[in-house]
Design a binder for this molecule. Sequence first.
Ligand SMILES: Cc1cc2nc3c(=O)[nH]c(=O)nc-3n(C[C@H](O)[C@H](O)[C@H](O)COP(=O)(O)OP(=O)(O)OC[C@H]3O[C@@H](n4cnc5c(N)ncnc54)[C@H](O)[C@@H]3O)c2cc1C
Length: 414
Amino acid sequence: MPTTPPPALTTLLRPDHHRLWNEADAFAAELIAPRVKFMEEHPDKIERRIPQLMAQRGWFGVTIPSQYGGMAAGHVAKTVLIHRAAVVSGAAAAILQASLIPVGAVQNWGTPEQKTLWLPQAAAGTTLFSIAVTEPDAGGHIGGIETVAEQVGDWWVITGEKLHIGNSHLAGLHVVVARTAPPDVPASRALTAFLVEDGRKGLTKDKHRRGLGMHGFSAGRLRLDHVRVPAGNVLGEVGRGMAVAQSSSILYGRPNLGAVSLGIHEALVETTARWMAARPRYDGHLSDLPVPRFRLGAMQDRFQTARGAIYQAVNLLDEGASCDAELIGAKHTSHRLAADSAREAMELHAAAALGIDYPLQRYFRDVQYTYPPAGTGEVQLIHLAAEALHQRLISWSEWLAADASWAPPEPPPA
Ligand SMILES: Cc1cc2nc3c(=O)[nH]c(=O)nc-3n(C[C@H](O)[C@H](O)[C@H](O)COP(=O)(O)OP(=O)(O)OC[C@H]3O[C@@H](n4cnc5c(N)ncnc54)[C@H](O)[C@@H]3O)c2cc1C
């Protein structure tokens, strides 16, 4: 049911954020919740109805400037939508966030022609995007990318494999990062990002397979066998693919995944509190006993910490402040604390946690999916150590704010 944003977020949320919060809660209750059972019972199927409905609301255009038909509502607004969807379904939130990462890449790195062509389609939700960086062997090591792109006249020919690609089976446009220089060239200059339309000859996808959780969300394998794209499909400059991938991951991917963890975390706390208050023990309920109560308090503490970290970080981004470390830390903290609470919730429920019709086991499974994407915990901590040692090479949030086209989000008319 629709909720009111907590007082802790008062200074960060504008009136239009409040409206989006209410809209997202109502949407989740009316349109996502009834689909959850089907998604859970059909883990081999990809959910297509929810993204269609989100698209009708313009949610895939939440950060897109109004000149391209977007909401131009910014990063806090984006976080509200993902967070509120994730309270009801991690998979629905994952579908939303996975396309919002490459949308950011096209916004920040696209030529005027590319933006004019693709951003209105994203804003209208007629074309979803994916970003394809990870590979079977390289994993999270971008410098190890083996997919190659060779220039042949006015075309680029791309060959390789991409794995765990969010919305692999829904996207009409894939942002593919490939190697365009010999192995001795440093990765920072050896990779290039390309816009690859779904349906290009040579682009195939493996059949969607069920995973541990996030049923309904596709994060599959793309195979590119001599896929030809015109030179105009280079996103950013040739040799700047690592920058496209890293900036998109830090500015969009990390807060997005943090928001998914946050929504699941909220559901964990609510479910556990409700259950403890109803579970009889001695003359009262489990919620009256000091030890379970203490553990629930620890869950609430972790949830509040994660919520503050995420909303503070994205608010800084909307303000044009330097906040890479905050975005990275928020992703790391939000996942880690939610995963801790998931274990605590399971233990507090004991045997009652294990029923397949009870949602707790879904939250426990789904929260595992917010660890790897946009950098595993180790990757986040490597970045944060560089921050502590004053060894940070670039601040993508400063870079974004310095862009001539950067403007704070536009509050919509009242
Ligand atoms: C739900 C989901 C959605 C995803 N969406 C996308 C997407 O849209 N696009 C995309 O391109 N990818 C996506 N990914 C892939 C994701 O980015 C990778 O899973 C992630 O980068 C890690 O790669 P890997 O899983 O192969 O692990 P590996 O990189 O093989 O890592 C294995 C382990 O080694 C550790 N490790 C690796 N390198 C180091 C190091 N240098 N120092 C210390 N420890 C290290 C890792 O932390 C991890 O514990 C998604 C993944 C999931 C699960």
